[in-house]
Design a protein around this ligand. Structure first.
Ligand SMILES: Nc1ncnc2c1ncn2[C@@H]1O[C@H](COP(=O)(O)OP(=O)(O)O)[C@@H](O)[C@H]1O
Ligand SMILES: [Mg+2]
Length: 1005
């Protein structure tokens, strides 16, 4: 009973029991707790006396006395019995008051009665002389505790002392909650460790009750950064009422019911949430979805359950320590904040100032910087801890100067001073040894924490060290299993709690270090050998305990085994964690896991099956593809291909070749890519693996397209094979790849109409499978087609749609690319130039040289009057693409240059004099030799067999030929060309070119 009220039984001597509340940590509701406990004892004994009387023929008496006030406490270590001693006048008076009580009653001292005034019902029983005192003491009989006496319950959970200051911040949060209405509001609360971010949220939570809001807490932890969705897992559990220790079946039920209640129940959503919580989804809920789609939809379902829950009643999400947020949670959080919605949702996010989150400065986000507390506020924390009304001046100054407004620092200074007896009580008199402080007090909060821990008895210290290795939150059972000390450990837990080192989280039964700095101080204080040994014990114990949920705990097991220097186990869990991350599209986490695993593999410290090694390399390559980092993918492929090859001719080898080829193609090493894919196809055919075959055919088609190796018939045959192989596997990634390469082949031949039809088909397919990548890509194609067709307005509309749905960085860049080129087409070259520079830098970085905007840059330069420079840039780009074997791209740039010469020859709008002077040599050369040059460029383009006679390239070739004939005054020849151009333009749906050809024909007539 008394322990239920957070008290401790101190002495059981003969027939007397002393119970202390709020020692050594002040609890502001200690007197109330004592009253409750006292009445509960009486009430309980009432029932039992009857029984005892019946059995043994007598009735006992209970008399209880309660006093409150300062007491001296400390650890006594006499005779090996470590424990807490409480001494002083307060204790003596309590005993006197108890002596005055009649049987079956509880008496309160005057001081105690004052502290619970209004919360209890009392009766004055008189002024009593007290032995050893001159004044009398007023004594009250406790009749009842009022049922609404809960005003202190707020601080029940922790040994929290009086909350000081922060009125403005708390007021702002409370106001937001009071006025919570349409839409999302987010508070970004930043401050140094110990300044009071968590406490502010705690105080807010207490006040949130009266607004009928549901408050859910999620948290980021320093060791949770590698766990995808870490910050939201607790939120999801909270929303679905999943408790710690629920088994799989229970979880499945709760997920099912929870989704049903929010009208979001689908098999897929159930599967996504189970998967998120670390359980294999049942049946085929996620069949056909690759990691990207699972990841995107997990983000989506989380966003939707949050909104749906908020629609039922105001919802507050408190997410702590976002400086440790994982990438998936960060994206999700950013999207929750960005979503336009009318549901009442309040987000409270805390962080250290070093992190600047993506939602900073966004609409609906209010920033709160937690400043240091004032000197007065800081000293009030100290007063509360000491249980005194006023601090001696010297102590006030000391704490104000030292703590610098940091609440944690202030608390720790006080704890330190009390433990070292630098402050103490003599009777009721508070004493402070100012001189001792100067010598003893460590400089930083970390060193105070370390010093306090050093003072602990060895067993308690060991216990904390083991706990610190586990993390800020730890299961006491794990610690107990790993620490010898038997029964006494329970007492140590209680002591450590009483000394405010750890708190128990009532809801989950785990313990939490008071502050992460405490955990870190202990952990950092371990010698490295100790640390390794402890990690090993912890890792093994956690592994043993989570045999049913290894996947769920893979990240943490990986960390412990790595720190335990157990390479084989670390390897195993790293790979598990990395795959898990890749499977929910958590890219940085996947990358980090695969890389660490590969480092272990290379070290030779773990024996790894060759196939396993190969698949890790493939996993890392896939991760690079999702990052669009072709440069790094190339490096990885070069380094680790031997690992893949060591497994022999496997599907992994084919897929690795495929990714390496994509990287080579992006870096414009087309011939090397062709060689690889030719090998890959041979392997795939030999091993007869359909997936490998699909990869090989698709990659090979693309290399051949880019090098212009196939006739139209040959290419059509290959395209058909690729479509069939890839679409038969019900794999979104392969389906997208098939469309991608087939469309590309059409574009390279100039067959825009076919490409457009395929893009439209892909949009439908993307809509059917719910794959934004497919739709985004198709819109990109449609955008390009419109660029080629000279319809910049439409091109931009498609590019915007592409951007809206873009998933990989390159998808987004492609959208930007189109918009930039469309800007040039619309005569906004000046505006396009800086954008081109920025995009090119990004393409360089990612190693996608193909995308570098060189030709368009030349045009933009020309448009802004830098004609010579522009012409030079275009010439260089022709040479570079030709050298790489990309005759098609070279051909399109040749046409571009020819068109520029023809424009100069045609005169058209006369450029300003300055422009003419600056570009004189080029302009003169163009006038003199432009026609010959243009003609040579056009005929070189026409000689490229890949350009289809009915395609866009020939439409432009013929149109330009027509213009040149007209300049040479050969109308009949010109007419024939314009007529052909007209037909091809018609066939490819190029309205602008058709119109221009028709106008040219009309002029000839
Ligand atoms: N305004 C305050 N009044 C009283 N105590 C505070 C206040 N702010 C913080 N504390 C105490 O200081 C300690 C550190 O605060 P905490 O909120 O955990 O810091 P943070 O989350 O910023 O690292 C806690 O024990 C907390 O109860
Ligand atoms: Mg905190």
């Amino acid at each position: 009973m008394v322990q239920a009220e957070g008290a401790r039984i101190k002495d059981i001597a003969g027939d007397g029991v002393m119970v202390v509340f709020g020692v050594p940590v002040a609890q502001e509701d200690a007197p109330l707790r004592a009253c409750r406990a006292a009445l509960a004892i009486l009430e309980n004994l009432e029932g039992e006396w009857a029984e005892i009387e019946q059995k043994f023929g007598f009735r006992g008496d209970v008399r209880i006395g309660i006093n409150a006030g300062p007491a001296v406490f400390g650890h006594l270590q006499a005779g090996g019995a470590a424990g807490l001693a409480v001494l002083g006048d307060t204790v003596n008076l309590a005993s006197r008051v108890q002596g005055l009580a009649a049987p079956g009653t509880v008496l309160l001292s005057e001081h105690a009665a004052r502290l619970v005034e209004g919360l209890v019902e009392v009766e004055f029983v008189g002024d009593h002389p007290i032995k050893g005192r001159s004044a009398t003491e007023k004594v009250y009989r406790l009749k009842a505790v009022r049922s609404d006496a809960s005003r202190f319950d707020a601080s029940r959970t922790h040994g929290l002392t009086t909350f000081v200051g922060r009125e403005r911040e708390l007021g702002g949060l409370e106001k937001a909650l009071r006025e919570i209405g349409g839409g999302v509001r987010a508070f970004d609360i930043a401050g140094e460790p110990g300044i009071g971010k968590s406490r502010l949220l705690h105080e807010f939570r207490e006040r949130a009750d009266k607004y009928r809001a549901l408050v859910l807490t999620g948290g980021c932890t320093s060791d949770g950064r590698e766990t995808a969705f870490r910050a939201f897992i607790d939120v999801a559990r909270g929303l679905l009422r999943i408790a710690r220790g629920d088994n799989r079946a229970t979880i499945e039920n709760k997920v099912d019911e929870g989704l049903r209640a929010l009208s979001l129940r689908t098999d897929e959503n159930c599967g996504l949430l189970l998967n998120l919580l670390g359980h294999e989804p049942s049946n085929s809920a996620l069949a056909g979805l690759d990691g990207v789609l699972i990841g995107l939809r997990t983000r989506e379902v989380l966003r939707r359950i949050i909104h749906a829950r908020a629609r039922l009643a105001p919802l507050v999400l408190a997410i702590e320590d976002t400086h440790w947020i994982d990438s998936a949670s960060e994206q999700l959080l950013a999207s929750v904040i960005a979503t336009e919605t009318s549901v009442p949702l309040l987000l409270l996010l805390t962080r250290r100032p070093i992190y600047s989150p993506p939602w900073l400065g966004k609409a609906r986000v209010v920033e709160i910087a937690l400043d240091p507390l004032s000197d007065r506020e800081t000293s009030r924390i100290a007063q509360a801890r000491l249980g005194v009304e006023r601090l001696p001046d010297a102590l006030y100054v000391l704490i104000a100067e030292k703590a610098e407004g940091n609440a944690l620092f202030a608390e720790e200074i006080v704890a330190f001073l009390m433990e070292r007896r630098i402050v103490s009580f003599r009777g009721n008199v508070f004493e402070f040894d100012a001189e001792a402080v100067g010598v003893a007090l460590p400089q930083s909060v970390q060193s105070i924490l370390a010093a306090r821990v050093d003072q602990l008895p060895q067993e308690a210290r060991r216990l904390l060290q083991t706990a610190a290795v586990i993390g800020r939150r730890f299961d006491p059972h794990v610690v107990l299993a790993l620490t010898d000390g038997g029964d006494r450990l329970d007492a140590y837990f209680a002591d450590l709690e009483a000394q405010d080192f750890i708190h128990r989280d009532e809801a989950s039964g785990v313990y939490v270090f008071k502050h992460i700095l405490l955990r870190d101080a202990i952990y950092d204080g371990l010698l490295s050998a100790q640390r390794v040994a402890l990690h090993r014990k912890v890792a093994e114990e956690l592994e043993r305990r989570s045999s049913n949920s290894l996947l769920e705990r893979a990240e943490s097991l990986a960390q412990h085994f790595a720190a335990a220097e157990d390479a084989p186990k670390a390897f195993r869990y790293l790979v598990m964690a990395a795959r898990k991350s890749l499977n929910v599209y958590a890219i940085p986490e996947a990358e980090s896991g695969f890389r660490k695993a590969l480092t272990i593999l290379e070290s030779g410290l773990a024996s790894v099956a060759p196939r396993e090694g190969a698949s890790i390399v493939v996993g890392l390559l896939e991760t690079m593809m999702l990052k669009s980092d072709y440069r790094e993918a190339g490096r990885i492929a070069e380094t680790y291909m031997p690992v893949v090859k060591a497994a022999g001719e496997t599907p992994e080898l084919v897929v690795a070749y495929y990714y390496q080829t994509l990287s080579l193609v992006q870096r414009y090493e087309l011939r090397a890519g062709l060689e690889l894919m030719t090998d890959a196809l041979a392997v795939a055919e030999k091993i007869g693996d359909p997936r490998a075959l699909a990869f090989a055919q698709a990659g090979l088609l693309h290399c051949r397209t880019r090098l212009g190796l196939d006739t139209r018939e040959e290419a059509e045959r290959r395209r058909k094979d690729v479509m069939e192989s890839c679409l038969s596997l019900n794999d979104n990634f392969l389906r997208n790849s098939a469309y991608f390469f087939v469309v590309w082949d059409c574009l390279y031949r100039g067959l825009l109409k076919e490409a457009r039809a395929l893009a439209i088909q892909q949009i439908a397919s993307g809509e059917a499978t719910g794959d934004p990548r497919a739709i985004s890509f198709a819109n990109w194609i449609l955008g390009w087609i419109n660029v080629v067709a000279d319809s910049p307005g439409e091109a931009i509309a498609y590019a915007d749609e592409c951007l809206r749905l873009a998933v990989a960085p390159l998808d987004r860049l492609q959208g930007e690319n189109i918009k930039t080129v469309a800007a040039i087409l619309s005569g906004r070259g000046r505006e396009a130039l800086p954008r081109i520079e920025a995009l090119n830098l990004e393409f360089e970085r990612l190693g996608t040289l193909y995308n570098i905007l060189d030709g368009p840059r030349g045009v933009a330069l020309i448009e802004t009057g830098r004609i010579s420079e522009g012409v030079r840039v275009i010439k260089q780009s022709i040479a570079a693409r030709e050298a790489a074997g990309d005759r098609t791209a070279a051909g399109f740039f040749r046409l571009l240059l020819a068109e520029i010469y023809i424009r100069i020859l045609n005169g058209g709008q006369r450029p300003p004099l300055g422009v003419i002077l600056r570009n004189l040599p080029t302009l003169v050369a163009a006038r003199l030799r432009g026609a010959r040059r243009a003609s040579a460029l056009i005929e070189a383009t026409a000689s490229h067999p890949q350009f289809d006679a009915e395609g866009v390239a020939f439409a432009r070739i013929d149109f330009n030929r027509g213009q040149l004939w007209r300049l040479r005054r050969r109308p009949a020849k010109a007419r024939a060309c314009f007529e052909r151009a007209c037909r091809a333009a018609e066939a490819q749906g190029l309205d602008a070119l058709r119109r221009r050809s028709e106008e040219a024909l009309a002029l000839l007539a």
